[in-house]
Design a protein around this ligand. Structure first.
Ligand SMILES: C[S@@+](CC[C@H](N)C(=O)[O-])C[C@H]1O[C@@H](n2cnc3c(N)ncnc32)[C@H](O)[C@@H]1O
Length: 233
């Protein structure tokens, strides 16, 4: 780690190597945090049996939900690519939004879907929201008032309009969002409703239906341009 930090400081380190090293530093940090939690729960299951759980909520905490994320301020820091550290058939509701696209597909995404199925009780619900690739693709190549609004809403806040400002850039955003900011989580895979239905059906869920957006649970700023489904075990 010290060696990487030194390399990052050297002016001779190339741009490409610096990007790769920043990604490595980030994975090392996730690994360190995850290992610390794993030491506390060596069999990969925590003692608690929360009935409502949010995965990858970041700063968006939901009242009454137990929050699991790789970084603070979660109730439990855990790299969910390694599984969900909960007991079989104990959860009634598992919620995530704008999380699934941040883990690699197929390995981690399919593992997550199977783990969600494992921890949910019979009849339990998995609610998942992701950026809607179908919505974005529908704006290309013509562009509509919606796509102008997307550029404004999605890029405006990140101060990158000089670089990311066309309708194709919107597609790039959903499929491979990336940033030199070392804290930024890239997008690894894009989803639409069909893909979510396929993913969760394959994992064993009985039904996968559109979810009616509920701002008591979901982050209101995510509603626009996202697709949500509810999968029932
Ligand atoms: C784009 S943020 C979304 C936060 C929040 N759900 C929202 O909609 O505002 C993605 C979240 O997923 C979390 N995350 C990404 N990869 C993860 C992993 N492997 N295990 C656990 N959490 C992860 C990140 O730490 C981050 O909090």
């Amino acid at each position: 780690m010290v060696h990487i930090t030194q390399l990052l400081r050297q002016p001779t380190t190339t741009h490409g190597l610096a990007r790769a090293l920043r990604a490595t530093v980030k994975e090392l940090e996730l690994h360190r945090t995850h290992r610390a939690s794993q030491k506390a729960w060596p069999n990969g299951r925590i003692d608690d049996t929360p009935r409502k759980v949010q995965i990858g909520g970041g700063a968006h905490r939901i009242a009454g939900f137990f929050n699991i994320d790789a970084v603070p301020p979660a109730d439990l820091l855990w790299d969910v690519r390694e599984g969900i550290p909960l007991h079989e058939a104990t959860v009634d509701e598992l919620f995530s939004e704008h999380f699934l696209e941040h883990i690699d597909y197929p390995c981690s995404a399919k593992h997550y879907a199977r783990e969600a199925h494992r921890v949910l009780a019979p009849g339990g619900r998995l609610i998942t929201g992701v950026p809607d690739a179908a919505f974005v693709l529908a704006q290309y190549p013509a562009g509509t008032a919606d796509s102008d609004e997307m550029i404004k809403k999605w890029y405006g806040k990140r101060d990158c309009l000089d670089d990311i400002n066309t309708h194709l850039d919107l597609i790039n955003y959903v499929f491979r969002d990336q940033d030199d900011d070392p804290t930024y989580n890239p997008h690894y895979w894009a989803y639409d409703r069909e893909k979510l239905v396929q993913l969760f059906t394959e994992a064993g869920f009985t039904t996968v239906e559109p979810w009616n957006f509920d701002p008591q649970i979901a982050n209101p700023k995510r509603q626009w341009g996202s697709v949500y489904v509810i999968a029932t075990k």
